[in-house]
Write a protein that binds this ligand. Structure first.
Ligand SMILES: Cc1cc2nc3c(=O)[nH]c(=O)nc-3n(C[C@H](O)[C@H](O)[C@H](O)COP(=O)(O)OP(=O)(O)OC[C@H]3O[C@@H](n4cnc5c(N)ncnc54)[C@H](O)[C@@H]3O)c2cc1C
Length: 321
């Protein structure tokens, strides 16, 4: 979803959140998407806030870097490490310089959970103009040293050396697949996800036009007996689902929906995780309808980032079984 990359953090969150409700058409301009992002913050629909990736650089002024022999990091950085941040990717570039990547959610929750970390407040101050930190109590950093903190542009991230690029470059992809494939995709834990909600989308209304959309399975060729059976099952399921909606909520009626149901899913991860994902999900052992989308997707990644192979690199000397 490269179109997201030119948007503000708030607009990006709003546009992604609308996928859950299939309400994209209601977001007529950037302001309406930003308004939806604000609602997401207030309603604690927190995974939408993961759809805005951020990379910050920190630089401790040279004059403040007189560290005792054998000490590699300034105490404010050691304080940060001591919190063992789970959702921040941190790299030391040497000479008091650091790169920290996460998402709006990662930075918000870091500040809320570790108010003692002065670096957290510096990050929040940098990100406050996004409007997505207004509910977090402001605090002026009382750091006795000079730290230059800055958000990196996508262009700067794309110019990072290979290893840093893999760790700090995040990519967002929208899949339109069946519910069995989305169920497998979301087993990968490091990425962030948003998906079309069968609790909120009523397929008997508005843009859905009173029909359920199914994905044709690649397993049954049209014209075969198996394909005819599949069509029969889907038509019957749709009829029952629409009947249930006459007296029940969408969350109740969805209990009859099958694996073939069309689902939109957004997945966002850094390139290290995408590489792992392709390793697992393009292999011959993977489910064929998964490979139907992952193999062409890996080709797209290779075109977009020719410097990376997206083949899994094993540590030197290791032989994969
Ligand atoms: C062919 C195939 C068949 C499968 N069959 C089944 C099945 O029958 N039943 C089933 O339940 N699942 C099945 N799976 C799912 C599989 O077990 C994984 O859950 C899924 O592929 C996610 O991948 P992952 O765990 O390697 O890594 P991810 O979740 O993508 O994590 C990436 C990396 O993060 C690290 N990591 C993340 N979380 C942890 C953690 N909690 N502890 C330690 N390290 C962590 C690991 O280094 C991991 O390599 C199958 C997958 C495939 C590809």
């Amino acid at each position: 979803m490269t179109e997201l990359d030119t948007m503000s953090l708030a607009e990006r969150i709003g546009r992604c959140a609308s996928i859950c409700y299939k309400s994209e058409a209601k977001l007529t301009d950037a302001a309406s998407a930003e308004g939806l992002a604000d609602k997401m913050v207030k309603s604690k629909h927190n995974s939408t806030l993961e759809m805005a990736p951020v990379t910050m650089s920190f630089e401790i002024e040279e004059g403040d870097l007189n560290l005792p022999e054998g000490v590699k990091h300034h105490p404010i950085i050691l304080d940060l490490f001591e919190t063992c941040p789970k959702y921040l990717v941190i790299d030391s570039l040497g000479e008091g310089k650091y790169l920290i990547s996460s998402t709006v959610r990662g930075f918000r929750e870091f500040v809320m959970e570790h108010p003692e970390s002065e670096l957290g407040w510096i990050m929040a101050a940098e990100l406050r103009p996004s409007g997505l930190f207004n509910d977090i109590i402001t605090h002026e950093s009382g750091l006795p040293i000079d730290v230059l903190a800055r958000r990196l542009s996508l262009d700067e991230i794309d110019k990072l050396p290979t290893k840093l690029h893999l760790r700090h470059r995040q990519v967002t992809v929208k899949f339109v697949v069946n519910r069995a494939v989305t169920h497998e995709i979301v087993r990968h834990r490091p990425p962030s996800y948003l998906q079309e909600s069968q609790r909120y989308c009523r397929y008997d209304k508005e843009q859905f036009g009173s029909e359920v959309t199914f994905i044709k399975p690649m397993f049954f060729a049209e014209g075969t007996e198996e394909y005819a059976l599949w069509v029969k099952a889907m038509e019957e399921t749709e009829r029952i689902y629409l009947k249930l909606l006459e007296t029940s909520s969408a969350q109740a009626a969805r209990t009859v929906l099958p694996n073939s149901c069309k689902t939109e899913l957004i997945m966002q991860a850094n390139l290290v995780e995408w590489e792992h994902f392709f390793h697992m999900r393009c292999s011959e052992a993977a489910e064929p309808s998964m490979r139907e989308v992952t193999i062409p997707l890996r080709d797209e990644f290779r075109k977009m980032f020719p410097q990376h192979s997206f083949d899994r690199r094993m540590p030197e000397g290791w032989v994969e079984q």
